[in-house]
Design a protein around this ligand. Structure first.
Ligand code: FE2
Length: 380
């Protein structure tokens, strides 16, 4: 498969400079609406090595919902379920299955973040509100993005509690060891036919992001399926949101399968970074996580393509870890099978050794692996 970098072709030059009217310090947390938060928390602890951090529910005065907060280095997950019939959480789960509701972004000023984005056309999700307890205050605001997904802006410089007012420390006896996950590298959205440009323009115009790279259906297609993708990034590069849309292929695109089962646009995958992918993936595999595999022939000529790497090839091959290189270095990556009942969200593990790209050299091998899975579900 021929892959050409179209990095600078799509947007006028001035749009390539991210405008810093929305300074983002990082990803604050990712919140999933799920059918059973207690059991989901157990899964992310036991299988993924997340550590228990905070809890909110009946015991903290909530009447209608429960949330478990987990962390691993800089990654925080919030798992939320409804305790009552009806309401927005159940509606979300009914429509989408378990999935990401909020990508919360850490900011210095949640009021200004709200003003800057809504004045540029963002639809309000949560007007700024201040939450306070004896540990200080957190200011929250939020806007809608693709599908029913939202971005929250979290200002927490005056807060010294465990997570946020309303939460108490959660200290269960059960604490499985971490697996070396360090931070969210990128969060990918799947959107519908002909919607990719609309949402890339949203991130450019409303949030001041710049386009890093784009791939079209000639880059990302196999004999059967195709998709298009653009990567949007904020000014300091800490937040990267690739956006995918389906493209015409001979059979159903993996993006279409996602849109069908998620019942709309949503988060396709979270990429989590590690400093030692062999250690992390060995651990995850032993704890029951299932990864996509590529044919062993992938490894026959991979070093001809990517050149010298620090790691031994054999363990990478044994675990099915993929390798790619760009101008600045190389990266190692692997993708799980969907981690939910519906064939929707999956998780990527990535180790960057200089490379700032997303593994386009692996797309063909990867998508063929996804298609084998799709075929087994009867959705190709
Ligand atoms: Fe990715």
């Amino acid at each position: 498969m021929e892959i050409q970098d179209k990095t600078s072709l799509k947007l006028p030059k001035e749009n390539l400079e991210a405008k810093d009217f929305l300074p983002l310090l990082g990803t604050d947390y990712v919140e999933l609406y799920v059918g059973n938060a207690k059991q989901a928390a157990y899964y992310y602890m036991s299988a993924w090595g997340f550590q228990p951090l905070a809890y909110a529910g009946l015991e903290t005065g909530l009447k209608d919902r429960v949330s478990y907060v987990l962390e691993q280095d800089k990654i925080r997950l919030v798992l939320t379920s409804s305790l009552v019939p009806g309401g927005p959480i159940n509606k979300h789960v009914d429509s989408h299955g378990d999935g990401v509701k909020a990508i919360a972004l850490w900011v210095d000023d949640a009021v200004n973040s709200y003003k800057e984005t809504t004045s540029r056309g963002a639809k309000s999700y949560l007007s700024p509100q201040t939450l306070e307890d004896d540990k200080g205050k957190v200011v929250l605001s939020g806007i809608h993005t693709y599908g029913e997904t939202v971005h929250l802006f979290v200002e927490r410089s005056d807060y010294h509690g465990v997570f946020m007012p309303g939460y108490k420390k959660w200290l269960p006896r059960y604490k499985p060891s971490e697996v070396g996950l360090r931070y969210i590298d990128h969060m990918v959205g799947n959107v519908g036919w002909n919607e990719m440009n609309k949402w890339c323009e949203f991130y450019a115009k409303v949030m001041g992001f710049a386009q890093l790279v784009s791939f079209d259906d000639k880059d990302i297609s196999t004999d059967y399926t195709a998709l298009m993708s653009k990567v949007m990034s904020n000014g300091n590069g800490r937040i990267k949101f690739p956006i995918n849309e389906p493209a015409d292929g001979r059979k159903k695109s993996q993006i279409e399968e996602y849109i069908q089962f998620y019942n709309g646009a949503g988060v396709q995958h979270m990429a989590m970074a590690t400093n030692n992918i062999i250690h992390t993936v060995s651990n995850l595999r032993d704890r029951g996580i299932e990864f996509l595999t590529v044919p062993s022939s992938y490894y026959d000529d991979v070093l001809d393509r990517v050149g010298e790497i620090d790691e031994e090839l054999e363990p990478l091959k044994e675990l099915g870890i993929l390798i790619d290189r760009d101008d600045e270095g190389y990266l190692l990556q692997i993708f799980t099978k969907p981690v939910l009942d519906r064939p929707t969200m999956f998780i990527e593990i990535i180790q960057r050794k200089g490379a700032k790209s997303f593994g386009k050299g692996n797309f063909k091998a990867l998508f063929e692996a996804i298609e084998r899975e799709q075929a087994s579900r009867g959705t190709l």
